[in-house]
Design a protein around this ligand. Structure first.
Ligand code: NBP
Length: 472
């Protein structure tokens, strides 16, 4: 008997993914650099389906039916290259290597091009949902060729989460498209988490609620338009009490958020593409600020309102600010996908992207169905903000949103996510931006030229020579 698919790299993700394939009735070959993990998997979970354990790379490859489908689930970076170098020589034209790790899309593009030369399909695939998702149904974002998706798609769709009868897996586009979309997914996840944290901070430190009370607020939000995995776990976390001290769990955790790098990649890539993703950037920077113990120790004595200052903030208003800011963050993230798709010629369908994020992944939410509908109604829209539903929601939320941002500034509660989202919104609304002055300064000190509102052409004023305007 041969396996329809194989998984190499059996740490938490690979192991659960292999079990997911097996549980869906697929015979799955399993392999790990250290054989003990392969053995342990089969011993513990062998009764869940048909596993073909392989001790060597050669044995692993030999146990796969052709064309071979080989999924790599190892640490991103050099380990992934090492595993590709190990397996590629053992494969034959038409075989597929699927990288399910969190690779940078540029690495995926490089690997795909190199393997294509050898007649192999390389399918860089975003997988979201953590270990639980890998086991019970993740959101799967495969890149690579159309041919490879024809051979892989049904298998991936069979193990993915399902929402309204639709699997949360779809072909994203060629080469690095899948990993690019996964990267932006993670960037949006950063933004979403930051906005939730700000809502909590306001309810705690401006409205003066206790964590258990805030848990109830989040629980009620989770029955409405904010219904999502992240809101749900936030309510759980805030309701949790530390067993050792009896204090709210959130109060015994060191307030320094770490990051593994996909948020940073999203922002670095957005800077290269020239796409404003201020919500994601602020979230990455907020984690960075939190981790700078030295800066924060130095800053603690700076003057400002004390934490005893309180405001009459209603949870409803915070919900509105959160919802409006969330729309902005997602609109920016989808614009980044649009920009990446244009830059690399991927032809990514934004509605499909929203569709496969509705389940399985960390940002899964009802909300994504709205985004799917918005792109279905107008696939070419320059921004989600002008979609009827979103425009109306923000219109209705904005008095509360402005009030929340003003209150947070007055009380000294930092809300970089809420505030930058509002600034972005107002920048898009503006008839005229002060960028005119910025461009004038650039012309003054660097002769960088400018265009005029009343005439075509490119101009420069000779600031040192009689301020004469010339056409350049
Ligand atoms: P890790 O990222 O911790 O990687 C451990 C695996 O890589 C082990 O199987 C290990 O083999 C193997 N490995 C390493 Br390290 N170097 C190797 C090499 N040179 N040659 C062969 N194998 C090597 O595992 P994970 O947390 O399961 O994540 C797997 C991938 O999935 C990563 O890219 C991760 O970013 C991504 N991902 C993780 C999550 C999550 O929630 N954890 C979610 C989504 C995506 P060994 O047993 O012999 O040491």
């Amino acid at each position: 008997e041969k396996a329809v698919i194989g998984v190499t790299g059996l740490a938490v993700m690979g192991r659960n993914l292999a079990r997911n394939f097996a549980r869906r009735g697929h015979t799955v070959a399993v392999h790990n650099r250290t054989f003990a993990k392969t053995k342990a998997l089969v011993e513990e979970f062998g009764d869940e389906g048909t596993f073909l354990p392989a001790e060597s790379a050669e044995q692993f490859v030999a146990s796969l039916e052709r064309p071979r489908r080989l999924v790599i689930m190892v640490k991103a970076g050099a380990p992934t290259d090492a595993v590709i170098d190990e397996f590629a020589p053992l494969l034959e034209p038409g075989d597929m290597i699927v990288d399910g790790g969190n690779a940078h899309f540029a690495d995926t593009r490089r690997r795909e091009a190199a393997l294509r030369e050898r007649g192999l399909h390389f399918v860089g695939t975003g997988i979201s949902g953590g270990e639980e998702g890998a086991l019970n149904g993740p959101s799967i974002m495969p890149g690579g060729s159309k041919e490879s998706y024809a051979a892989l798609g049904p298998l991936l769709e069979s193990i993915a989460a399902v929402v309204d009868g639709t699997p949360c897996a779809a072909h994203i586009g060629p080469d690095g498209a899948g990993h690019f979309v996964k990267m932006v997914h993670n960037g949006i996840e950063y933004a979403d988490m930051q906005l939730i944290a700000e809502a909590y901070d306001l309810l705690r430190n401006a409205a003066g609620l206790e964590p258990a009370e805030i848990a109830e607020v989040f629980r009620s939000w989770n029955t409405g338009r904010l219904d999502s995995y992240l809101i749900e776990i936030t309510a759980d976390l805030l309701a949790h009490t530390d067993a050792k001290t009896g204090r709210p769990f959130v109060d015994v955790i060191l307030d320094q958020a770490e990051q593994k790098g996909t948020g940073r990649w999203t922002v670095q890539t957005a800077l290269d593409l020239g796409t404003p993703v201020s919500g994601i950037a602020e979230a990455v920077f907020a984690r960075s600020v939190s981790g700078h113990a030295d800066l924060r120790a130095a800053g603690r004595t700076l003057p400002g309102p004390g934490r005893s200052a309180k405001a009459d903030l209603s949870p409803d208003d915070v919900e509105k600010a959160l919802y409006a800011s969330k729309i902005i963050a997602y609109a920016q993230g989808f614009n980044q996908i649009q920009a990446g798709s244009q830059e690399y010629g991927w032809g990514i369908d934004l509605g499909t992207t929203a569709t496969i994020w509705r389940g399985g992944c960390i940002i899964r939410a009802k909300f994504l169905d709205r985004i799917r509908a918005a792109y279905e109604a107008d696939p070419g829209t320059p921004t989600l903000l002008t979609d009827d539903h979103f425009a109306e929601a923000i219109g209705e939320a904005q008095d509360a949103w402005r009030n929340i941002v003003a209150t947070s500034a007055r009380l000294g509660v930092p809300t970089p996510g809420f505030s930058s989202a509002l600034a972005y919104y107002d920048a898009l609304r503006a008839e005229r931006l002060p960028a005119a002055l910025t461009q004038a300064q650039r012309d003054f000190f660097g002769a960088h030229t400018y265009r005029r509102v009343d005439r075509d052409g490119v101009f420069h004023t000779r600031w040192e020579a009689g301020r004469v305007e010339v056409e350049s």
